[in-house]
Ligand binder design. Sequence first.
Ligand code: ADP
Ligand code: MG
Length: 621
Amino acid sequence: MSNKQDANRQASFRPIVGIDLGTTNSAVAYIHKGKPEIVPNPSSKRIIPSVVLIDLQGQVIVGEDARAACVAMPDRTVAAVKRHIGSAERIPIAGQALLPQEISALILKELKSYVDAHFGPGEKEAVITVPAYFTDEQRRATKQAGELAGFMVERIINEPTAAALAFGLAHLEEDRHVLVYDLGGGTFDVSVVEMMSGLLEVKTSNGNSQLGGEDFDWKIVDWLADQMIAEYDVDPRQDLRAKALLKDAAEKAKITLSAEETALISLPLVTVQDDRPLGIETELTRSQFVALIEPFLSETMTCLRNVLQDAGLQAGDIGEILLVGGSTRIPRVRELIRQYLGREPRTDIHPEEAVALGAAVQAGLKSGALSDSGLVATDVAPFSMGIAVLTHWKNRSVRPGSFHIIIPRNTTIPVTRSDSFYTTADYQTSASIEIYQGEHEWVKHNHRLGEFLLEGIPANEAGAEEIEVTYRYNLNGILEVTAQCVSTGKAMTVTVQDALNRESQEAFAASASRLEALFNQSAENESEPDSDDAEDEWEIDGVLAGTEEEDAETDWPTVLHSEAAALLTRAQNLLSDLAPNDRTLLQKTIDSLQAAIQGEDIDRLRELIDQATDTLIDLEV
Ligand code: ADP
Ligand code: MG
């Protein structure tokens, strides 16, 4: 290549980043010297917890510090928001009610700050990953989150496809079928990918967008709660802080059980009843844990079987297994897959980084940074899409609500398919187009994507008017539907996305101003909210006024108790690692803190919390 070409290449090169916006953790990557690399945060961390905190000053904090605040400030933190994305449900945080995509935008904004620090400020494009099994709304909401965060969202791609891309770039010469099993915190996907001399073709995809490590944690929480109910007749899950504390302990125990046979769960103070601290101390064994989560794991294995069957492959045809997502560190998961596929999964895949790295590969293919690599990738629609129609049922009655598939699942994307339908009533002048995705023959068991009314059909006998319905499923996995009355041949086309767009543009503007207000509030948290803001239904007076109100309303003894409990847990975890002298010192601290928790003297408790904090800081280094 000549220097001139090089210069042209440089000039046309735009950095596009790849983002894994995970339920539990998020990461951002880019292509550097032909390879994907993670963009670390200012503390050199490569992945950050997908947790948002709005602190007492109204400051938005994302990542590790937000995660650390989950137990102490459960009403000011939001974790696992991805489980709600695509719904209109508002998520309470610090007295406000934000949409899931707004919370996600805060996480993406944090990632964008790392990108800006790396590349300098200015417009950035991004490829953002979603679970293959995400619906249309979930994809749109994710795209919107990216835009709210200030990215130009170049592409939404499927997570297992991204993981395969990262692998594919490093193994261009190999021809084989690769199985990607991605079990993260909130979602599960499994895909079969065929690699042929640099052509990477997703054959089939399956999964469940509501199954992951979070469910395992909650199973343990329920198991712990049952024990507390049996012992004290109190359900700790009723107390927000106790619930957060148990969830935290449950996740820790789960992670311990990936390395050890038993995990000790010791929480001296979970909740308070009649001024009495209630705690729990118990042991969870690996086999008990496996029994708790076995139904979830069986479901993932059913998906795995289906994905192979859809691809027309046998277990022995799989040449490589990629395990992605933190939950694949669970030994039982690996064991089930090994047993079924009869081979060892690869061990050189980083379960938490593979998706972000693959998103960067997709970004590199787009930006030109990888145009010489010879890598080409295609993906599939993971579910069938179609419309509701009338059907003759058992040759007797006519029934509405039958699912007519227009795009079958596992069709390579992008794809456009049309089908013809006919009026069912005499002189019918309009037809309702109800759009669904799923695999069931009746629409009520499938997922509804939307509906619109096609009007202006000439009045005619039943069956005389033909309506052509066209589905376009694009590379982002987003669907556009068009319906046209054939006899008039005129522009009687309605596109769902347009209709939705008008509404969503307004919603987008509202979200953008809400986020702006959030940042303005945190910047000016000393000043009073102005009266205009107060009239806006979204401008909940929480954060600004909250600093003072919080103080007045906060139940300080409870806050102190949970703070003390968190310290006790930290101290107890540390004990076994200490030298004898330090251990004696810490044991004393624990004893006096425990005594203060049981006592009535709040000032004494506060004092001991400070002391214990200092001792822990000294000992933890
Ligand atoms: P996501 O894609 O949802 O952001 P990750 O791939 O980061 O998720 O995985 C997070 C999930 O993995 C969490 O539920 C976490 O508890 C779980 N996890 C992380 N490490 C382990 C481990 N060693 N054993 C079991 N589960 C783990
Ligand atoms: Mg993930």
